[in-house]
Write a protein that binds this ligand. Structure first.
Ligand code: NAD
Ligand code: DAO
Ligand code: ZN
Length: 368
């Protein structure tokens, strides 16, 4: 069938709205009508050409929400009409990784997902016979997409698409990093580097679990008011202090119990580790650094009890956890509305990237 999609033809170029041909779902797959999608830094990273795994032409987008319109053979857990959120981290519940209960990094379709194709090795998207790659297994910059059943979370029927789409990446990543990865305890002192879409969700989860101090760090002072609304108790602009690590250790009487790097800057990752409390402080890397970058610290930082870890999609198992996070939003336990700074139609999708690059947007949501 013919669909409308924003195609990334080449690295560095703008997206171009095209009529694309989409093949129907094969066994174990579903077709989803995408109603809304967020535009995240990872889309911009791939579009820029900096992503060594980026494939072109491709249909980007991984933060979407929509409705199942067709199911392939053997699909058991979804039916036409279900509201859903696509998952770039699937949950097969059968592979060694899923069964370990130690990670959310399901590997069932990892190899083909990384090559921009469906699990049978082919793409469902083409334009005049030319293959167009899938992206992150989701390709939500299209009004219809095809997904493996294991990469789809069914959500409740009254969830608004243009808000809950952010649960497909930013919201779950930030909240999950606090709850699943760090397991922050009530009374903890938490430091958050980078107050964008991810950092704000770390802050609201830290407040939710009863953190004591929630210290936000950002070079952009304009990020402060919204971070305070989400629960930040103290703000430090690194430009206003001589040594940001020393300032945090001073403010927390010894260092952070937990810190989160939500930028993707390897120098800040070091600060985030080294501002942790001796003996027990844990630092979680969320930000995705540029290709080839490396992290550094003195090993004595770890010998003396600090812990360095990382998280993908907040450690969430998507089919299990995403519907719960949708419920938290619908029950007013978490704020997503304030994160949606702009809503625009798909024919203006390139503006979403501009708004991100100027720092004006927290999240722009594109509707179909
Ligand atoms: P964002 O650009 O909205 O926010 C980053 C913030 O960091 C901005 O407010 C910026 O002013 C601030 N900043 C930049 N450099 C700084 C510095 N040196 N010191 C202090 N503050 C600085 O980005 P986002 O959407 O919140 O994403 C953050 C990171 O998380 C990105 O690298 C993204 O790719 C990554 N990410 C990771 C996962 C995962 O699963 N691990 C998922 C989604 C996004
Ligand atoms: O299983 O090896 C793997 C890959 C998992 C990919 C997880 C991606 C998380 C970070 C990318 C940012 C997401 C928008
Ligand atoms: Zn699995």
């Amino acid at each position: 069938m013919d669909i409308q999609a924003a195609v990334a033809w080449q690295a560095g170029g703008p997206l171009s709205l095209e009529t694309v041909q989409l093949e129907g779902p094969k066994a174990g797959e579903v077709m989803v009508e995408i109603k809304a999608t967020g535009v995240c830094h990872t889309d911009a990273y791939t579009l820029s050409g900096a992503d060594p795994e980026g494939l072109f032409p491709a249909i980007l987008g991984h933060e979407g929400a929509g409705v199942v319109v067709e199911v392939g053979d053997e699909v058991k857990s979804l039916k036409v009409g279900d509201r859903v959120i696509p998952l770039y981290t699937p949950e097969c519940r059968q592979c060694k990784y899923c069964l370990s209960n130690k990670t959310n990094l399901c590997q069932a379709i990892r190899a083909t997902q990384g090559k921009g194709v469906m699990p049978d090795g082919t793409s469902r998207f083409s334009l005049n016979g030319e293959k167009i790659h899938h992206y992150m297994g989701t390709s939500t910059f299209a009004n219809f997409t095809v997904l493996p059943e294991i990469a789809v979370a069914k959500i409740r029927d009254d969830a608004p698409f243009e808000k809950v789409c952010l649960i497909g990446c930013g919201v779950t990543t930030g909240i999950g990093a606090v709850i699943n990865t760090a397991k922050v305890e009530p009374g903890s002192n938490v430091v958050v580097f980078g107050l964008g879409g991810i950092g704000l969700n770390v802050i609201q989860a830290a407040r939710l679990v009863g953190a004591n101090q929630i210290i936000g760090i950002d070079l952009n002072p304009a990020k402060r008011p919204l971070a305070e609304k989400f629960g930040m108790t103290h703000f430090i602009n690194p430009n206003d202090v001589e040594d940001v690590v020393a300032a945090i250790i001073d403010l927390t009487d010894g260092g952070a119990d937990y810190s989160f790097e939500c930028i993707g800057n390897v120098n800040v990752m070091r600060q985030a580790l080294e501002c942790c409390h001796k003996g027990w402080g844990e630092s979680v890397i969320i930000g995705v650094a540029g290709a080839g970058q490396e992290i550094r610290t003195r090993p004595f930082q770890l010998v003396t009890g600090r812990v360095w870890r990382g998280t993908a999609f907040g450690g969430a198992k998507g089919r299990r956890d995403v519907p719960k996070i949708v419920d938290w939003y619908m029950d007013g336990k978490i704020d997503i509305d304030s994160l949606v700074s702009h809503i625009i139609p798909v024919n203006r999708i390139n503006e979403a990237f501009d708004l991100m690059h100027t720092g004006e947007a927290i999240r722009t949501v594109v509707t179909f």
